[in-house]
Design a protein around this ligand. Structure first.
Ligand code: SAM
Ligand code: FES
Length: 362
């Protein structure tokens, strides 16, 4: 059993991960399940060292603009899925989105993340127009899109308009598990194909999974890690699953902060230069979750830039934090949390190191 394995054996596994040596499934089991606190500390210190070697003490900030909570999909875990008749729907106008960017730029953000449900109102032309407006106003910023699955030509038009990055969590690399989390009109293969299309077009690509989602097994997590090793994304978004009262998963327990932080460390070791956020969901299940994530290998935080009036309507899961504060308050709070970890917020686009623009401007 993993629990009875010696500390030196376990630390040897972390060393192997760092050296990009392949771990067997049994070894990955041990890394994921063992509850030896000395090992968990060793893993996290190792991840922190690797992150500092590559990105120093900088933490990159992304201004998150949740611009629509309309969605045509019905993901079983998600509070804004189309089947939730209790969700109060909203979408921001182009003018409102630009105004969020104005506020964000003033506050030091050099990456804007446009996130939303798969809202058919936002046609490719509308998205392209928004990208062009932001880029012409703020040419020194990066745009990340997180607007779900599209066809390759749509992705290409967004890239040509100036979008730099695309976040599309794969949610789980285990097909059977994927089918338990999604309705039958959604396809594991299509989601994966989108990731390969985005990569081919030239985006910095982000995938990722929820930790502790219903029916997730250690085997599913091992498949996730193997997929990450193979796909080598530039970004990985991992947060705990948190139930939403209006979903069929309402009674499932949330994922744990401890497991999420452990995964952050493992991912840092297998993908040393990855951009890895300490997510709002992690801060929701544990008040100091984001700080723990940063100390264990994460190097990105994503404060909210959405107008306060709509924040609580972008309700993916229950008790989401940061829904009441103005953007200026959010960045103040995050800056202070970051500095408590010994790191500093960087005013820069914060690109992946292979894309070369991660230069500090202050
Ligand atoms: N529609 C886009 C997409 O599909 O990628 C972006 C929006 S979607 C709400 C963003 C992410 O929220 C999902 O990829 C999922 O991992 C996460 N999410 C949704 N419901 C969640 C829940 N109940 N707990 C934690 N994370 C959740
Ligand atoms: Fe579409 Fe969640 S079901 S954003």
């Amino acid at each position: 059993m993993a629990e009875t394995q010696s500390l030196s054996y376990l630390c040897g596994l972390a060393d192997k991960l760092e050296k990009s040596q392949n771990l067997s499934d049994d070894e990955l089991h041990s890394v994921l399940l063992c509850d030896n606190p000395d090992f968990i500390h060793y893993l996290s210190e190792k991840a922190r060292t690797v992150r500092e070697k590559i990105y120093g003490k900088d933490v990159f900030i992304r201004g998150l603009i949740e611009f629509t909570n309309y969605c045509k999909n019905n993901c079983k875990y998600c509070g804004i899925r189309c089947g939730n008749k209790n969700a109060e729907r909203y979408r921001l106008s182009e003018k409102e989105i630009i105004s969020c960017c104005d506020t964000g730029y003033e506050l030091g953000f050099r990456t804007f993340v446009l996130q939303g449900g798969e809202d058919t109102y936002f046609t490719d032309d509308r998205i392209v127009s928004i990208i062009r407006k932001i880029k012409s106003r703020y040419p020194d910023t990066a745009i990340t899109l997180s607007i779900g699955e599209k066809d390759k030509e749509s992705f290409r038009s967004f890239f040509e308009a100036g979008a730099d990055r695309y976040l599309l969590r794969h949610e789980t690399a285990d097909k059977e598990h994927y089918n338990m989390l999604h309705p039958s009109d959604m396809s594991f293969e299509h989601r994966m194909q989108c990731l390969y299309d985005l990569r081919e077009i030239g985006f910095q690509v982000g995938c990722g999974m929820m930790i502790g989602s219903p029916y997730q097994t250690t085997e599913s997590l091992i498949k996730d890690l193997r997929f990450l090793q193979k796909f080598k994304p530039e970004m990985v978004g991992t947060g705990p699953f948190i139930p939403h009262r209006d979903t069929e998963f309402a009674a499932f327990p949330p994922g744990s902060a401890e497991m999420t932080v452990r995964l952050i460390s493992i991912i840092r070791l297998i993908l040393p230069d990855v951009l890895l956020p300490a997510t709002t969901a992690l801060g929701t299940i544990d008040p100091s979750g984001r700080e723990k994530g940063l100390k264990a290998g994460a190097n990105v935080v994503m404060p909210n830039l959405s107008p306060t009036a709509v924040r609580n309507k972008y309700s993916l899961y229950d008790n989401k934090i940061c829904t009441g504060d103005e953007s200026a308050e959010c960045i103040r709070c995050i800056t202070s949390r970051v500095s408590q970890t010994g790191y500093r917020v960087a005013v820069s686009r914060g690109d992946h190191i292979r894309y070369g623009n991660s230069v500090l401007t202050q």
